[in-house]
Design a protein around this ligand. Structure first.
Ligand code: PLP
Length: 465
């Protein structure tokens, strides 16, 4: 075909056009060197306006649609019985099949209520891999979170399609060992955030549900990114390509008894969350806790207009063209990096690409934070903000020796906000990562010069060596 650029068969352009724009500002390299130094080489201390492409997180950073922005004007701000609440409730029920819906101001507020009701001292809570705040809420109440993810889920180069699956044999053993007396519920996180947004298969979810049911233990879902998980099932699981995203969602939820959601991800809104249950008495108990912690059960900490926008976001997130592009955009960035030999976690998950810091910078030891070195260089070179999830975040101090024990994986996360950046932004990011990779030998390590006693990544300060 002369003179015609042939697109690859799976090429997808953005399934939306732009009606309103938010300018982003490119700073000079000299400015960025100064700004990152002033920020103590910690991405959390940068001002957002000094960033060109912000890949810190996909949480609360989505762009809303014209329908969602219009819906804000329809918000019913009644304290009790808001029309917007009923709209949200009906939408959640139509997607999950769970009739008892309770809003919350964000995901961790829903977690707090669920854990307050169900987790007692000495409880054991198995799941594929619990999210950080979820785990913390279990531990605060004396519960023991158990991650039973399949072994391959933790191997960054294993390319199998469902690395968010729970190990069914281990689940069976744990339930048999502790039983209903100790296990208040099983929790599946879909997609599995903590290993990179990897999905669980429908077959795995069904089997986990059957095991839980046999032991008389409820199964709950942590569904921050459930639509992305449904899309992976549609695209990858045998026998599921004919099912619609909605049908897949319904089948997943029918395997369990309730869910908690941070709608800052697949709700396509900037704040909010909810719980939904099959069981009326559990819901009534949750309402009591909501009244003292979050608000009356028909708003639960959310504004009426925000419930209105969330109800629409939950519909839009299930549309196939949206999901094809969304998951495709993450895969697009991953593929560009992979083709240039950049070591990444494979396959790409639903919301982010993860660079393997130790393989990217083998000459920098873990106690000099290789992933953070890449993060800082990406900011200085391209104004790109990313998040280290490795030796700074996950190192643990050995109680006896006082020495740090470093995690197996030292990762840098490039989280892609939903509907915010175009593929041309992805090309820009890829070009900078690849350029850095080609001159990786010139990069040097870091040391920590200040750190707080807990959650050090948020406020620590570093210096180049
Ligand atoms: C973000 C998230 C949460 C917590 O939700 P917030 O809205 O940030 O409080 C819980 N679970 C998963 C899987 C998440 O991604």
């Amino acid at each position: 075909m002369q003179g015609v650029a042939v697109l690859p068969h799976d090429f997808l352009a953005e399934p939306y056009k732009i009606k309103m724009v938010e300018p982003i500002r490119m700073t000079s390299r000299a400015e960025r060197e100064r700004l990152i130094k002033e920020a103590g080489y910690n991405m959390f201390f940068l001002r957002a306006e000094d960033i060109y492409i912000d890949l810190l997180t996909d949480s609360g950073t989505s762009a809303m649609s014209q329908e969602q922005w219009s819906a804000l004007m329809l918000g019913d701000e009644a304290y009790a019985g808001s029309r917007s609440f009923y709209r949200l409730r009906d939408t959640v029920e139509s997607i999950t099949g769970y009739p008892y819906v309770l809003p919350a101001h964000q995901g961790r507020a829903a977690e707090k209520i669920v854990m307050d009701m169900l987790v007692k001292d000495g409880a054991v809570i198995p799941g594929n891999m619990h999210f950080d705040t979820t785990r913390a809420h279990m531990q605060l109440r004396g519960g023991k979170p158990l991650d039973l993810i399949i072994a391959e889920g933790l191997q960054p180069q294993d390319r199998r399609p469902f690395k968010g699956n729970i190990d069914l044999e281990k689940l069976e053993n744990v339930l048999a060992q502790h039983g209903r007396g100790k296990i208040p519920f099983v929790l599946l996180t879909i997609t599995c955030n903590n290993n990179g947004g990897q999905p669980a298969s429908l077959a795995n979810i069904r089997a986990a549900g059957a095991i839980a049911r046999r032991h008389g233990i409820p199964l709950f879902f942590d569904i921050a990114r459930f639509a992305e998980n449904c899309y992976f099932i549609h695209a990858r699981e045998e026998g599921c390509e004919q099912k619609s995203i909605r049908e897949i969602a319904r089948e997943i939820f029918s395997c369990g008894d309730g869910c908690m959601m941070s709608s800052k991800k697949d709700g396509l809104v900037n704040m909010g969350g909810f719980m939904a249950f099959n069981d009326r008495s559990l819901f009534e108990q949750a309402c009591q806790l909501s009244i003292i912690n979050e608000g009356f059960p028909t708003y639960g900490g959310m504004a009426g207009r925000d419930m209105e926008a969330l109800a629409r976001g939950l519909e839009e997130v299930l549309e196939l063209p949206y999901l094809q592009f969304r998951v495709g955009q993450v895969a697009y960035l991953a593929e560009r990096l992979r083709a240039a030999g950049v070591p990444i976690v494979e396959p790409a998950g639903g919301h982010a690409v993860y660079i393997d810091g130790r393989r990217f910078l083998p000459h920098i030891p873990q106690e000099q934070f290789p992933a953070q070195v890449i993060s800082i260089a990406l900011y200085i070179e391209g104004g790109i903000r990313t998040l280290e999830l490795g030796s700074i975040v996950f190192a643990e101090k050995d109680k006896e020796t006082g020495e740090y024990v470093y995690p197996e994986l030292d990762l840098l996360r490039l989280a892609i906000p939903r509907r915010v950046y175009t593929n041309s932004h992805m090309d820009y990011v890829a070009a900078h990562v690849i350029d850095l990779y080609q001159r990786r030998h010139t990069l040097k390590g870091l040391k920590i010069v200040y750190q707080p006693p807990v959650a050090r990544h948020f406020t620590c300060r570093l210096e180049p060596l």
